[in-house]
Write a protein that binds this ligand. Structure first.
Ligand SMILES: [Zn+2]
Length: 335
């Protein structure tokens, strides 16, 4: 009897210590969901002829939206707009050109004790469509980022299923209308499905599959843009996530305020930044196939893209599970 009691108490101690291990210890297990092989499958599908270059408001883009929605449903990721995955908006460009209706695709992983706070992870899935017989496949821009956030969503959903649900909630925003002027993310921040004041950060992934000319021989880099602009705290979480897990060469060239490319203003994260939500933009630069029909899936470096996607995952995991949301230490005037 005593022996059994001892065994039972040892067992209880063991279970207890397991439950008390910091949730960060489990991140590497789920980071494996974000892998090169699965990224390739997703990029190949998204950048296939079937989706005709995914121009906002076209049938090809709507097929891609359905493909993403089905992936979320199949992998246990909840809808992020009430009981639906789609958030519909009118495609209306700055110059007044209208192009029918399009939709953002929203996936959601509910948090635990801090579920009212939301981290947004985004990538745009629309691209330039086709021109006569030429299809703009947009494998790097931005099937690479889309595949990354789909797998990150899957990783969080799998962790949640195993009992390691994040403390904060996570919204996966597959934006449309980016190529026509950041329309989908603009619509989202004007019609957020979770209050912006409780939105703790935005991690945005746009073009992570190729090398640019400055890094022609370096397959282990990523440009980070924006990380320290509103919250040094966020920058610190990002740096730490990298040094602990991915060890990528973080290149801050384009983070400079005087950078003539102005990338900070050129993808969906900027709609969050201008609402004083701290952002990080993950990007590996432009190349000869940028906005050309030759941006195809066979040219993507999947090991590199998956490693960057894993950095996004680790950073997201750390933001979602820490005690405090990233502290805002700078503010920008709202337009
Ligand atoms: Zn893009």
């Amino acid at each position: 009897m005593i022996r059994i009691m001892l065994l039972l108490s040892l067992l209880a101690l063991y279970i207890n210590s397991g439950a008390q291990a910091p949730v960060t210890d489990y991140a590497p297990k789920y980071a494996k969901v974000v892998n090169a092989g699965d990224m390739k499958k997703l990029v190949k599908a998204l950048a296939s002829r079937k989706f005709e270059g995914r121009e906002s408001g076209t049938e090809g883009q709507q097929k891609a939206a359905n493909y993403i929605r089905k992936f979320y449903k199949r992998n246990g990721i909840e809808p992020g707009n009430g009981d639906t995955y789609f958030q519909e908006f009118e495609v209306k460009e700055r110059n007044g050109t209208t192009g029918g209706m399009s939709e953002n695709v929203l996936g959601y992983i509910e948090g635990t004790d801090k579920q009212g706070e939301v981290l947004v992870i985004s990538a745009h899935y629309d691209h330039l469509g086709k021109d006569g017989k030429d299809i703009y496949y947009g494998a790097d821009d931005d099937a690479s980022g889309t595949a990354a956030i789909m797998l990150i969503a899957k990783a969080f959903a799998q962790a949640a299923k195993d009992g390691y649900r994040p403390r904060r909630s996570i919204l996966i925003l597959n934006a449309s209308g980016e190529e026509k002027g950041l329309l989908g993310s603009e619509y989202y921040v004007k019609n957020p499905t979770y209050p912006l004041k409780n939105t703790v950060a935005n991690l945005n992934v746009d073009m992570i599959g190729r090398l640019d000319s400055t890094h022609a021989k370096d397959t282990n880099y990523v440009y980070l843009i924006g990380s320290d602009k509103l919250s040094y705290d966020l920058h610190f979480i990002s740096e730490k996530s990298n040094s602990m897990h991915t060890n990528l060469n973080l290149d801050y060239t384009f983070n400079s305020d005087s950078d003539p490319n102005r990338f900070y203003y050129r993808s969906d994260h900027y709609n969050f930044a201008k609402n004083n939500i701290p952002v990080i933009f993950y990007f590996s630069g432009v190349h000869e196939d940028y906005h050309q029909p030759t941006d195809t899936y066979d040219k993507i470096l999947y090991d590199k893209a998956a490693k960057i996607a894993q950095l996004v995952f680790y950073t997201a995991w750390n933001i979602a599970n820490r005690d405090e949301r990233p502290l805002l230490d700078k503010m920008i005037d709202k337009e």
